[in-house]
Structure formats: C-alpha cells, structure tokens
Write a protein that binds this ligand. Structure first.
Ligand code: PHE
Length: 349
C-alpha cells in the first residue's frame, strides 16, 4: 500500500474522531501489532538492504507523522472534554442554592440598616473602627486607667499580640473606642454613629461573647442632656414604631461620660405577646451621658469650648425586643431554618 494513501486515510480518520475511545481504535488499526503501518514495516523484511534503508526511512517518517497527528488530536479532545465538563458542572456561586432562592436577611442586619437610616435622617454619618483594639483606644483614652475597677465591668478578651507600647491587644469590649478615633481625626461639630461587633467573655440567653452595639457621638459647643434624651427617645419611637413610648433614664456611671445614665424601655407581656413602650416592666437598652471633659482633653480638644453627648446601645437587645425573640444565641447559630422563619425578605424593607 502506498504511504501517501495511508497518510491521507489516517489524517481523515483522525480528523473525524470525536472521542478518546475512537481515537484509540484508529491508533490500534494503524500502529497496533496488526496495524496498517506495522504491516508496512513488516513487509520490509523481504526487501534488499538498499530498499530497506530508503523504504524504512519513509515508513518511519509516516509513523512519526501519524503519531504526531494522534498526539495533537488527543490533546484537542482532552481539552474539549474538560471544557464541556466544566460547562455542564458550572456553578454560579453568586446564586443562592435552589432551596434557598428565598434567601433571608438576618434580623441583626435589618437592625443595622434601620439604625443607620434613622440616625442618618437626623444627620449622623457612620464611622468605623477595628474589632481588634489597643489598650489606649478601648480603655485608657476613655478614662479607664489600668487597675481601675471599671475594667472589671467588662470581661475582656485579651490577644497574645502586643501593641507598640507592649500592652496586649484586646477584642473591643464596646464601640466607644470609635469615639476616640473620631475625636482624634475630626474637628467639631461631630455627629457620628458607629455600629459594629463587640466582644465580652460572657454567654447565656441574654449575653453572647460576640454581640453588636451602636455608638453615638455628638460634639459641638452647646449640646446638652436634653438633646441627648430627645435624640434617643426619637430614635426609639421610630425604631419600635411606637409613638407613645414609655421610657426612663436612670443615673449610672461610665468613666467616659459625666453625668451618665442608662435608658430603659417599658414593656408588658399580655397573652404571651410582648408589648413595647407600655406596662410596668423595664428593659435596659443603652448607656449614655455627657462626654467627660477628660476624654475631650485626652483627644486634644478644648473642653471649655466643646461639649457633647455619647451613647452606646445594644443592637442584639433591641432586635430581640422588636422581633419578640428570647435567646440571643439563636442569632449566631447559623441555623437556616431559624433564619427562614425570623429573617426578612428584601420586599419587607
Ligand atoms: N460603652 C458603654 C458600654 O458598653 C456604653 C456607653 C457608651 C455609655 C457611650 C456611655 C456612653 O457599656
């Protein structure tokens, strides 16, 4: 058989092959023990030495060409097999899994959005700080010196890494360090809220080691306690959607505010349902007060010229109150059935 014809046939067959299987069969048919090219090589044995040399070289060339064609086609088939596999197994990771098409927004996320929107409508902008804080921002600049009993008010998580001064870093125990970061970076008038994660070594149905607060800070030349109360009452009316809201402010103590207070909201439980804003029971939702002049001075602000108020509110607490939930731990269980029941659809915004 003539070599050119074999090459033509093989080229055509390889071209038509569409799977590794087919290709392998063609390979056997040409290069296997009884393959066409193998036969050609076998037929050499009857020829003269001269002929063996020239014919042999030709057949070897043919063999090499055939092998090359097989290899390149094999590569081609493998690539397209991988591509079609990838296409058929494509997963759009930006898409919720089928059983979660109706994905829900976590109640805490909804509270974050509402808090930002309500304070935003009062002219507050959002400030941020890191979850891992230095002793300075979390404590000392806030007038909580070392060995001060106030440090024991908050069970702190310490981190092995140290700050520049050799003091251990902490997981911030409150959002108040954002007050310091803002006071050091901005000039009054200042009007910010700082919602975020906070951490304390505490866990039961109303305490979680990671929880959420929103800090508020208002500084100008004449802000007073009346402004503070008015702001917080207005916030609660809007957040709880209750116009006639019964609240009380109790004197309290925080090293970074003076005077300090805590705000409680009245509630009652009728037929197993919680009613917010009336009744004889009280729930504490936040700490607040006039910014201690010591804090202003720590941040190089003239405390004779500037004054203002600050507050720190527990976001998990107000979410539980609003949604009638009783166990803070359910927020962080990662339970999708829970979320399907207590989460919110975008439409509910
Ligand atoms: N940081 C205080 C706490 O976590 C709350 C607070 C903030 C009190 C601002 C007064 C002013 O308990």
């Amino acid at each position: 058989m003539d070599n050119q014809k074999v090459l033509k046939d093989i080229t055509k067959e390889i071209e038509l092959a569409s799977s590794q299987d087919q290709l392998q069969k063609i390979k056997v048919a040409y290069l296997g023990k009884k393959g066409k090219i193998t036969d050609l090589l076998k037929s050499l044995k009857n020829l003269s030495i001269e002929e063996k040399k020239s014919k042999g070289a030709e057949i070897n060339l043919l063999r090499e060409k055939a092998l090359f064609l097989f290899e390149s086609k094999l590569k081609h088939i493998k690539t397209s097999e991988i591509n079609s596999k990838l296409n058929s197994e494509f997963i759009d990771i930006t898409f919720p899994p089928p059983h979660l098409i109706d994905a829900k927004i976590h109640p805490i996320s909804k509270t974050f959005d509402e808090v930002i929107s309500i304070f935003g409508s009062m002219g507050y902008t959002v400030a941020e700080g890191p979850d891992i804080e230095t002793d300075f921002f979390n404590f000392s600049a806030l007038n909580i010196p070392e060995d001060h009993p106030a440090r024991e008010m908050q069970d702190t998580f310490y981190i092995e890494d140290k700050d520049e001064k050799g003091k251990p870093l902490v997981l911030r125990t409150h959002t108040s360090p954002v007050q310091i970061r803002t006071l050091l970076n901005e000039k009054p008038p200042i009007k910010i809220i700082a919602p975020g994660r906070t951490y304390r070594c505490d866990s039961d149905s109303t305490h979680s080691p990671m929880f959420h607060q929103v800090e508020g800070l208002f500084i100008n030349e004449n802000a007073n306690m009346g402004d503070l109360k008015g702001t917080l009452i207005e916030f609660c009316k809007q957040f709880f959607e209750v116009q006639d809201l019964k609240v009380r402010f109790r004197p309290s103590y925080f090293p970074f505010t003076e005077p300090s207070a805590e705000m409680d909201i009245a509630y009652e439980i009728v037929d197993n349902k919680m009613h917010i804003g009336k009744g004889e029971k009280w729930l504490e939702i936040l700490g607040c007060g006039m910014v201690n002049p010591v804090v202003l001075e720590n941040c190089k602000l003239d405390s004779l010229k500037f004054q203002g108020f600050a507050f720190g509110m527990g976001l998990d607490r107000i979410t539980m109150l609003k949604q009638g939930l009783t166990d803070i731990r359910s927020f962080f269980s990662g339970n999708l059935n829970w979320l399907a029941k207590h989460g919110f659809s975008l439409g509910e915004y």
